[in-house]
Design a protein around this ligand. Structure first.
Ligand code: AMP
Length: 546
């Protein structure tokens, strides 16, 4: 059965999906009013016991589309069978994704957590440390393929006679991450009959192969969505900026609160992540970082901190800069490269108002992938790209492609920004950018690694035996890779363009403005622009003096 849901109008609500009251209560608590399209279609099929192939991207609500019926089935079975067993297995390609899935299930089981227990065993702690958790036979296990295989081989879990549902999420990534053999090996530990669900953003050949391997006569749900939200929901801006000016413009936009709401800033290399972080840090603009070279725990932490609002800005480097052909040499290399490339795929960044391409992405897919982090669900969003002259051809290619997709002429609007009006910012930024030397970047990266070593569970006992080693690592912690000058955190009145002073009530409210300047929150500025649009990022023309 193949369903193509492109234009179908939703008709059901959650109450019509025959879900347990406890699930409905949890859904209500989450504030979900109605099922997404994929949930409406997938939940009944999974409850019927069918194998299902779901093609949908992150943001479609696919996690709950498979998690809700899984929990429902467990609740129903518990009424008849009291024996505690592992019933559901959810396999995902990265620890971040596992944690994300686990968090969704925890939210959905708030009203039945005694009946349905879930654990995430993807963290690389000692296998034996996780064994007691597995001995308790949780109902649902979330895990990466390699971790799962380790436990199966160690005999820490038996699934042959209990498992009822296997769910493989982000199936296409599993293959590109090089998990093919692990998956095949895992299948030998499973019962001969079980219900299987495969979720994937694409139906690549790899996914087709996996489908043949695990699915039996599946229903195929394809969610035909446009790659990005329509221009009425997602505004695309470009801002002409040469390399030397990009940092100054970003600094001014953030400090003048012309960028409001949660923001992802994309750069093309890992080093640029750190460079930009250290640059903004000097002006009291806190950011967190996401890149492929960070250990998984740090990446998880960064996403959590961003989603929970600890940071309003995350700086991410995406894959393309790492995808030079020479990187792929051996199978081992392929795996490394692809793991890197998928760093932000599938991750659910929540409530992102703005995506800023500090470096213009190197191809169309990358642009779509980045811009697609905002304007999720029914929310508005803005993608603002800084475009240097050398990046113009890339931008034109992307615009051409998107114009075709959306059948509209002026998709990329020009963000009017006159740098000469913010000369003071430019001046400060120049020094700030120069202060972040290559050595400072290297040291920041080393610092990150040291911190990870200190936090590493596996080294805990080593440090207990060798406290002096821990001490010396801790001393390194104090290292500031760029000297911070406290005065840079404030924005002196004289560098604020006169056109903005009135709007911001500078003079009367200067002190407050300075204090608030350290955050990119939306609350500080009460301007006529605030009321102007639901669009969280405002195109503001700074007129030149006559
Ligand atoms: P997913 O595609 O599963 O990563 O979900 C994307 C986002 O949609 C998550 O932040 C979910 O919390 C949210 N979500 C899932 N289902 C619904 C729904 N029915 N209504 C509103 N938000 C939802």
């Amino acid at each position: 059965m193949e369903l193509d849901e492109e234009d179908e109008i939703k008709s059901k609500n959650f109450h019509e999906l025959e879900l347990d009251d406890r699930l409905l209560k949890a859904i209500a608590k989450l504030g979900w009013n109605e099922p997404t399209l994929i949930q409406e279609k997938a939940i009944p099929l999974i409850l019927e016991g069918k194998d299902v192939l779901i093609r949908a991207r992150t943001g479609s609500g696919k996690t709950a589309a498979f998690a809700l019926p899984l929990i429902q089935k467990i609740l129903v079975n518990k009424r008849m069978q009291k024996k505690q067993q592992i019933k559901g297995l959810i396999v995902a390609p990265s620890k971040e994704l596992c944690k994300q899935i686990y968090d969704v299930i925890m939210c959905l089981t708030t009203k039945c957590y005694r009946e349905v227990r879930v654990i995430d065993i993807s963290p690389q702690t000692d296998l034996n440390a996780q064994k007691p958790l597995l001995n308790e036979m949780p109902d649902i296990i979330v895990v990466t393929p390699s971790r799962l295989l380790q436990h199966l081989k160690a005999g820490n879990m038996m699934l042959k006679h209990s498992l009822e549902t296997l769910i493989i999420d982000e199936a296409d990534l599993l293959f590109s991450f090089g998990y093919e053999n692990e998956i095949k090996a895992v299948l030998t530990y499973l019962p001969t009959a079980y219900q299987a669900i495969l979720a994937s953003a694409t139906l690549s050949e790899d996914v087709q192969a996996l489908k043949r391997l695990v699915l039996h006569n599946p229903a195929i749900l394809k969610l035909e969505e446009p790659p990005l939200a329509p221009p009425t929901q997602l505004a695309h801006y470009t801002l002409a900026a040469e390399e030397t000016d990009k940092a100054a413009i970003l600094y001014a936009l953030l400090k003048l609160h012309l960028i409001r709401g949660k923001t992802i800033i994309f750069v093309n290399t890992v080093d640029r992540c750190y460079k930009l972080k250290l640059f903004l840090e000097q002006f009291g603009i806190p950011t967190c970082i996401l890149n492929s070279e960070l250990p998984a725990t740090s990446r998880c932490r960064a996403v959590t901190q961003f989603n929970s609002g600890t940071y309003d800005i995350i700086i991410a480097s995406d894959e393309k800069a790492l995808e030079e052909p020479h990187v792929i040499k051996t199978k081992k290399d392929k795996r490394k490269k692809d793991k890197e490339s998928g760093v932000a795929r599938g991750i659910d960044f929540q409530f992102v108002s703005n995506v800023i391409n500090f470096d213009f992405p190197l191809d169309i897919n990358s642009y779509i992938h980045r811009a697609g982090r905002t304007a999720r669900g029914k929310n508005q969003g803005t993608a603002l790209s800084f475009v240097a002259i050398r990046e113009r051809p890339l931008m034109e290619k992307v615009e051409e492609h998107l114009k075709g997709t959306y059948n509209c002429e002026n998709l990329f609007k020009t963000y009017q920004f006159k740098l000469e009006e913010v000369e003071g910012f430019r001046y400060r930024a120049k020094d700030g950018w120069k202060a972040v030397t290559r050595i400072a970047v290297r040291e920041a990266r080393l610092k990150e690694i040291r911190q990870e070593v200190i936090n590493c569970e596996k080294l805990k006992s080593y440090f207990e035996d060798n406290p002096r080693d821990l001490q010396s690592l801790r001393q390194d912690k104090a290292l500031h890779t760029v000297k911070l000058q406290p005065h840079l955190k404030d924005v002196p009145e004289y560098i604020i363009p006169s056109t903005l002073k009135g709007i911001m009530g500078i003079g009367k409210r200067k002190r407050k403005f300075d204090r608030n300047a350290a955050s990119s929150g939306a609350t500080a500025v009460k301007s006529r622009h605030q009321a102007r649009a639901s669009n969280p990022l405002i195109s503001l023309e700074i007129p030149t003096k006559k």
